[in-house]
Design a protein around this ligand. Structure first.
Ligand SMILES: CC(C)(COP(=O)(O)OP(=O)(O)OC[C@H]1O[C@@H](n2cnc3c(N)ncnc32)[C@H](O)[C@@H]1OP(=O)(O)O)[C@@H](O)C(=O)NCCC(=O)NCCS
Length: 172
């Protein structure tokens, strides 16, 4: 970590919708690591606000935001299904604005997410998919106890290149 940074991490509320969409759209093209590309997220601020309201009250879905000077610079999420047979599985996603990489914020956000998941009465398995070449993200997941379950060969295509994807999980 190069220096300390003043950052607040908290659960997202509907009023964050505009900034959340802005960050998702901006970070979609900052790296080749996101599934989203230049096409963007493609939903309106109103739809996003509705989703955030429903997520806020969910037992197996959560979104956390990281704020620096009131600006959303990071998003970490758990997505769980409403189907009873798979409601115990939470899919993890995380992104930090590239300008704020390397300050420990990715780790901090994942730790907050894991605390929330531990307290959830529904979740018992967390899983995620990460490109094999994304060594920075894989390092954080491994550090926090995620295990490699499988390599999904040609799991994603970026700029015409077929890339392997790691399936990682953590039982909680
Ligand atoms: C992955 C991501 C969230 C990490 O955020 P961050 O704030 O930079 O993370 P941190 O500062 O907490 O930690 C970075 C860690 O990676 C390590 N690291 C840095 N570069 C690395 C590399 N090339 N290979 C392995 N580890 C690396 C650092 O040493 C640090 O580890 P440490 O805390 O044990 O010293 C951020 O890079 C990001 O948003 N990437 C784009 C989106 C993405 O890839 N999301 C995950 C998709 S599954």
């Amino acid at each position: 970590m190069s220096e300390a940074i003043d950052c607040i991490v908290r659960e997202a509320i509907p009023g964050d919708a505009e900034q959340v969409l802005k960050l998702l759209n901006e970070t979609a093209t900052q790296t080749g690591f996101m599934t989203q590309g230049p096409e963007g997220v493609g939903i309106s601020v109103e739809e996003e606000a509705k989703q955030l309201a429903s997520i806020y009250n969910s037992l197996n879905n959560s979104v956390f935001v990281a704020l620096v000077d009131d600006k959303v610079i990071g998003i970490a999420s758990i997505h769980g299904s409403d189907k009873p047979k798979i409601e115990h599985i939470g899919d993890i996603g995380i992104v930090i604005d590239k300008a704020y990489w390397g300050y420990g914020l990715g780790t901090l956000m994942m730790e907050e997410l894991l605390l929330w998941a531990d307290a959830s009465p529904v979740l018992s398995r967390l899983q995620l998919q990460v490109q094999e070449r994304n060594t920075r993200a894989r390092h954080i997941y491994e550090k926090l106890g995620f295990k490699l379950e499988a390599i999904i060969e040609r799991g994603v295509k970026d700029e015409g290149q077929l890339l392997n994807v790691c399936l990682m999980s953590k039982l909680i």
